[in-house]
Structure formats: structure tokens, C-alpha cells
Ligand binder design. Structure first.
Ligand SMILES: Cc1ncc(COP(=O)(O)O)c(C=O)c1O
Length: 475
């Protein structure tokens, strides 16, 4: 094939000033043309592409038309300290003004070391070796590799749970039970075995049934969330005691994924603190970078790290260019310090309990539509009943199931945004859920505002709302 390299049409390149001035309509059309047409369409359908955010502070996003949106997403549990926290801005500004070294790759960074020290002080004793990277998937990928290196190549089996999401890289997708669609289309890593979430006996059975000669199990790793963030599923009492006992008996590496639940989200600094468990590796990301830095990593038990990467020739066996960060490090140091100084973990616990109680009161009032409300700290899942069949009855044309199953939630999200200026979201794998994960800096008044709005939306005719949304979807 003959490739003709197009000359860059520099005269048509956008300047930053032009992008600051660009309308949302133009931006959406560019997004569809150059990024992802169907994702662009989804923004449009949900009514999220009409107003342009011009400023964000705390939980409030100022929009181009003068309206103010209450952000109940925290950017998918990223902004635990709120949008543009002044201390985060100041730390980054100081770093930039000092013209500090950007990449600490070839010179050891005291800043990185200090952050690693602070993180390890938040962990149970022994967890004191930290690896930094850019995302949750990379954090889990690194954790899985460390576990594999520690247990050795004769114990390759990784056990994961049926309801789980650990990322979209090849390895993490292979251990993400909730990602059914993704797993249909991509090759799986071999030796990954699924067990039901919360069932420790099923885990033990897998461990026992994969023994090789001399009785040693081929299971080397178990990866799990202490609270399943999407859907807010808590394991039964005693689950982690048993998991931990089995892991210790067979020297299986226990990885706890705190990417979503970490840094105060569930009313504890880490969700595993709700349980009586000491993990071998803890992965984290999201809130760590306070929305300013695409940042993550893992903390591991010293003994694991030393055995896996303790030789000089293995010192960079697992590494990336960008674990030589500068500005990301000062951001994360402040992110954790703000959570501690402003007592955001306690706030998450107390205000989360208040939010949950208010929403549970609505459950009785809206029994026809609210299936359940579940929460831990400031992570709340509102489960809607599926009104699809009632909506389908009112719609004259046959509609694909996957479209109809999303319309009730789509209707609620759109109504909350367009009528009440409140931003919520539905997760990747269960479209009957509305997820609420506001910044931990939220006020009681903002919780009241949200609860009143959702009460109002649920009081409207949701079959009609779903129908309106469906008409939008079908054009
Ligand atoms: C529990 C959990 N683990 C891992 C990930 C993957 O993180 P990332 O999207 O940064 O790769 C996510 C993302 O939502 C998550 O919720």
C-alpha cells in the first residue's frame, strides 16, 4: 500500500486561545470526528454536551450560560478533595515557579521517597515498598506482575471474582469479571479463574483443586476489592478472615484493589480497613492525583518486594518512563495531606451516613421505582427498577434490549442534569444503577439539594421520561 504522508496543515491548527473560545457544538463535532463518534453521541443524548464548563471549584462547576452544576461524581471518584483545591493549586504553582526538575528518572527524588514514606505510614506494618505509575490498570498490572514474580512461574493461576473491575489492559481485563462485553472481544490472559464475590469457600475449593505434585497449589494470586465499588457490594462477615487464612496457608499473594475506594471514599482511609485483613499488595489511583495528575501505584509487603525485585539485575524489571514524576508527586503529597488535615475520612463516614439515611427514606416513598439504595461513606449506589417493559409497551417500534434497558437511568440522569443542574453517572456494567460519589468536601446543604432533586425526579412520570429519552436515542 502506498502511504502518502499528509503535510501538516499548520494554518488550520487550533491555538489554545481558539479552544478556550470554542462552542460546545463545535467541540462535540470535533470530538466525534477525531476521538469517538459513538461516545460523542452518548454525551449528546444524555444532554451533557450543551453547556460548556468554564470554571470548577469544590463541588461546583460554573457553566458558559451562567448556570452552576453540582458535581456528585467527583470525576468518577477522582476529586476527593474537590475541584481545584487551593492547596493543590498552590503546590503545583510553587513547583512550576521554582522550575523544578520535571522527570526524576536518573537522579533519585527525595519527593518521591517522601510520598512513598507517607503512603506506607497509612498502611499496616510491613507494607513499605511503593511503585508509582499513571493509572489504576497500570497499578493492578504491576501488582499482578510483582505477585507472579514472587510466587514463581510454577504458580501462574490468578483468582478473581465474578463481579469485579480492575482495568482495561489485557491482563487486568482478564481478571475483571464484570467486563463481560470487553472479554468477548479480547484475548484473555491464561490461568485466570473466576469465583463468586464474597464466597470464601469457592476460593478455597479452587486453591485445593489446583494442586500439583507434592501438594503445592498452582494458585499464586488473588485480586479483589474489599468493597465492590460498582454496585456497592459488601462481602459477608468473616469473608476476609477466611480468605486471609487460605492465602497465608498456601502463600498466595492477596492484592486489594483500592483504586476506587481508597483515600476516604468509603468512610475509612482504605476500604480494607472495614475488614480484619492485612493485604500483601494494595493498588491505588484516582483520588491519589487529586484530578490534576494521572497517577497511581501500589504498596507491597517488604518481604514480597525483596524476594521479587531484590537483586540488582531485577531493580528495573518492572518500570515505566513516567514513574520518574515531579509535579505529580507534589500533587499527591498535598492530596493525602488535605484528606488528613481536613478530616475528610471522618466527614465521608458521617455525611455518607446522613446521605444514605435520607435516600433510604425515599426508598419507601418511591417503592415503585427505587429497587435499593446502598452506601459506604460517600459512595452511594441507587438501584432503579427496570421499567423497560412498561416503556416498550408504550413505544410503537421494536427496540433492541440493550437500548431499552438503559432508558430509565438515562432519563433520570438527563432530568437531574437539565432540570436540577446535578451531575451523576451510571457505571460501566450495570445500567440500572445511578452512582453518587461526590467530593468528600461536600456540605450538608449540598446533600440536601441533591436529595430534594432526586426526590423530585423520582416523583415525575419516569415512564414518560424514559420514553422521551428513548425517542432521543432513536433520533
Ligand atoms: C476498582 C477499580 N480498579 C481499577 C480501575 C482501573 O483504573 P483506570 O481506569 O485508572 O485504569 C478502576 C476504574 O474505574 C476501578 O474502579
Amino acid at each position: 500500500m502506498n502511504h502518502v504522508l499528509r503535510k501538516p496543515e499548520v494554518s488550520t491548527f487550533y491555538s489554545l486561545d481558539e479552544l478556550h473560545e470554542m462552542s460546545m457544538a463545535e467541540g462535540l463535532s470535533l470530538f466525534k470526528e477525531y476521538i469517538n463518534p459513538q461516545l460523542g453521541r452518548m454525551y449528546h443524548l444524555l444532554g451533557l454536551a450543551d453547556r460548556k464548563p468554564v470554571k470548577a471549584q469544590g463541588l461546583i462547576i460554573d457553566m458558559s450560560d451562567g448556570s452552576q452544576v453540582l458535581d456528585m461524581t467527583a470525576g468518577l471518584a477522582v476529586l476527593n478533595v474537590g475541584h481545584n483545591h487551593p492547596r493543590i493549586l498552590a503546590a503545583r504553582k510553587q513547583w512550576a515557579e521554582q522550575q523544578q526538575l520535571e522527570i526524576w528518572k536518573f537522579i533519585p527524588s527525595p519527593y518521591q521517597a517522601g510520598l512513598a514514606h507517607n503512603l506506607s505510614k497509612l498502611m499496616p506494618a510491613g507494607l513499605n515498598k511503593v511503585f508509582f505509575c499513571n493509572s489504576g490498570a497500570e497499578a493492578n498490572e504491576g501488582a499482578l506482575k510483582l505477585a507472579q514474580k514472587y510466587v514463581g512461574m510454577d504458580r501462574p493461576i490468578v483468582v478473581y471474582t465474578d463481579i469485579s473491575f480492575h482495568g482495561k489492559s489485557h491482563a487486568t481485563l482478564s481478571v475483571s469479571g464484570s467486563e463481560r462485553e470487553g472479554n468477548k472481544h479480547f484475548k484473555q490472559m491464561s490461568d485466570c479463574i473466576e469465583v463468586p464475590y464474597g464466597n470464601a469457600d469457592a476460593f478455597e475449593q479452587v486453591v485445593q483443586s489446583h494442586k500439583k505434585t507434592f501438594g503445592k497449589t498452582r494458585v499464586g494470586t488473588f485480586i479483589v476489592e474489599a468493597i465492590r465499588s460498582e454496585g456497592l457490594v459488601k462481602p459477608p462477615e468473616g469473608y476476609f478472615d477466611k480468605i486471609q487464612a487460605v492465602c497465608r496457608k498456601h502463600d498466595i499473594v492477596l492484592i486489594l484493589d483500592e483504586v476506587f475506594c481508597g483515600f476516604g471514599r468509603t468512610g475509612k482511609m482504605f476500604a480494607f480497613e472495614h475488614q480484619n485483613v492485612v493485604p500483601d499488595i494494595v493498588s491505588f489511583s484516582k483520588a491519589f492525583g487529586a484530578g490534576k495528575a494521572s497517577f497511581g501505584g501500589f504498596v507491597s509487603q517488604d518481604r514480597l518486594f525483596q524476594k521479587a525485585y531484590g537483586k540488582l539485575k531485577h531493580a528495573t524489571l518492572h518500570s515505566t518512563t513516567y514513574n520518574g514524576f515531579g509535579e505529580e508527586i507534589v500533587t499527591a503529597i498535598e492530596s493525602i495531606n488535605i484528606i488528613r488535615d481536613e478530616r475528610l475520612v471522618e466527614k465521608s463516614e458521617q455525611l455518607g451516613a446522613y446521605l444514605l439515611a435520607e435516600l433510604l427514606a425515599l426508598k419507601t416513598k418511591h417503592a415503585g421505582i427505587l429497587a435499593d439504595v446502598r452506601g459506604a461513606g460517600l459512595l452511594v449506589n441507587i438501584e432503579l427498577k427496570n421499567l423497560a417493559s412498561s416503556i416498550a409497551k408504550k413505544f410503537p417500534l421494536p427496540i433492541p434490549d440493550e437500548v431499552i434497558s438503559k432508558v430509565t437511568t438515562g432519563g433520570v440522569i438527563t432530568e437531574l442534569y437539565e432540570k436540577h443542574n446535578i451531575l451523576v453517572y451510571t457505571p460501566l456494567h450495570n445500567h440500572n444503577l445511578i452512582m453518587v460519589s461526590p467530593s468528600l468536601t461536600i456540605s450538608k446543604a449540598q446533600i440536601d439539594q441533591f436529595v430534594q432533586a432526586i426526590d423530585d425526579v423520582l416523583s415525575t412520570n419516569l415512564i414518560e421520561k424514559g420514553l422521551t429519552y428513548l425517542k432521543r436515542v432513536l433520533g
